[in-house]
Design a protein around this ligand. Structure first.
Ligand code: URA
Length: 247
């Protein structure tokens, strides 16, 4: 047994690397580390948050954990495409990907409705997907919208208290800020079906245009045209990891 290499800025968290490489949940990976089943370069490690340098070899007992390439894409979704991998009759967001970014193992992180535009993430990292979409981790999503009708005068207070939707579903506390005539910005920490449209309906309005502009630490910049997709930078992935690991 030697000593582990020095972890540089490209080092990856041990529990995350195991979860992604073996398709485990992050908690299963953490359990394996705490039970002394894991080595980094043949050195036993008991800290799930230990940093693994890019060239280091991680083993769970005798099994070498594959270092899978990790892809996280940001799309500026256009209206008219459905958030599905395949669909018999509709154009999908996967079909909107340029050929060089298309791959079979991509999954969509938190769907947007067909007529909703804006920030959509796609990844092959199941653990990251789970953390970003699970309400417990509460990644904030920001939407801008246009609505018709007149919203209840106490809409802000009702959003903050937790709105009750048409079917009795109770939403977690959220925020609405009015940004212009019939325009608003909504901040939520969960992703229920048609959530923003139903929250606005619960206050007496109807959404006519909806765009997601932010998810956790990621903002849709002006540099990504509608319909286009790009890879996240390493710094953006690290910020995402940190946002969902901290919770
Ligand atoms: N809320 C909605 O109502 N629709 C979306 O696409 C996203 C959030």
């Amino acid at each position: 047994m030697g000593s582990p290499r020095h972890a540089g800025p490209d080092a990856e968290r041990l529990d995350r690397l195991i979860a992604h490489g073996l398709g485990w949940t992050r908690s299963a990976a953490q359990k394996a580390v705490r039970r002394s089943r894991v080595t980094i370069d043949d050195v036993w490690v008991r800290d799930p948050a230990a940093k693994v340098p890019p060239a280091a070899r991680v083993k769970v007992e005798d099994v070498v954990v594959p270092r899978l390439d990790r892809t996280v894409l940001m799309m500026n979704k256009q209206a008219g495409s459905v958030s599905a991998n395949v669909d018999a009759s509709e154009r999908t967001v996967i079909e909107d990907l340029p050929d060089h970014l298309r791959r079979d193992d991509l999954r969509i992180v938190g769907r947007l409705d067909k007529d909703t535009t804006g920030l959509l993430l796609l990844t092959n990292d199941g653990d990251l997907l789970h953390r970003l979409t699970h309400p417990r981790h509460g990644a904030e999503k920001v939407y801008i919208l246009t609505f018709e009708g007149t919203l209840a005068v106490d809409a802000e207070a009702r959003f903050e208290a937790g709105l009750t939707l048409d079917d009795g579903t109770i939403c977690a506390p959220a925020k609405i800020a009015f940004t212009g005539p019939n325009q608003a910005e909504v901040r939520v920490h969960e992703g229920k079906y048609h959530q923003v449209k139903r929250m606005i309906a619960a206050c007496g309005g109807r959404v006519t245009r909806l765009e997601r502009t932010q998810m956790g630490p990621l903002a849709l910049g002006a540099d990504l045209p509608r319909g286009a997709t790009r890879r996240l930078t390493d710094a953006e992935i690290a910020a995402l990891d940190q946002a969902v690991s901290a919770s």
